[in-house]
Unconditional design. Sequence first.
Lengths: 114, 112
Amino acid sequence: AQSVTQLDSQVPVFEEAPVELRCNYSSSVSVYLFWYVQYPNQGLQLLLKYLSGSTLVESINGFEAEFNKSQTSFHLRKPSVHISDTAEYFCAVSDLGGYNKLIFGAGTRLAVHP
Amino acid sequence: DADVTQTPRNRITKTGKRIMLECSQTKGHDRMYWYRQDPGLGLQLIYYSFDVKDINKGEISDGYSVSRQAQAKFSLSLESAIPNQTALYFCATSDLSGGEQFFGPGTRLTVL
């Protein structure tokens, strides 16, 4: 079985500051790793994912995450946030089986202030 | 038009009532999922399905049932709603192992 821990429930930050949202996972098997974002009153959208290969993955809007197998972490970072990044961010894992079912963390609410 | 649609978007019902939430997709995906979202708990998987003949229980299936009427339709039922089933419910689809899941807009259910 897998589990995901997001270490911060809320992260307040000023615009143009850097941010890190932390995610640790537990699994006895190899997993795929994901970050999803939920803007207010919307469903979830994929932000980025790690399946294999380079441990550093990037999104089109400036976020990046690094897979660290030894620390079982997949932290999300952005060097300079915008007001529009205000949202809830969910880290998730899935096993390598065919069902592709996700186990989510509890979420981190990122609040960007002017 | 949205690829994954959910109806209704909002529903208020009373304890003991039967309610059905519906999900339709135009993406042609085989895999469909129902999740519930509660504040501070993230999303929890209720049921998932690989095709119309394949239904599987997720983490929190007690009190819920599902029906996969066609590849494109996956319904969630609460046979006898109770207040602690008040939550935001999401349907999702995917087509590949390790692939992206595409989420619907959600149904906000309130059980009084």
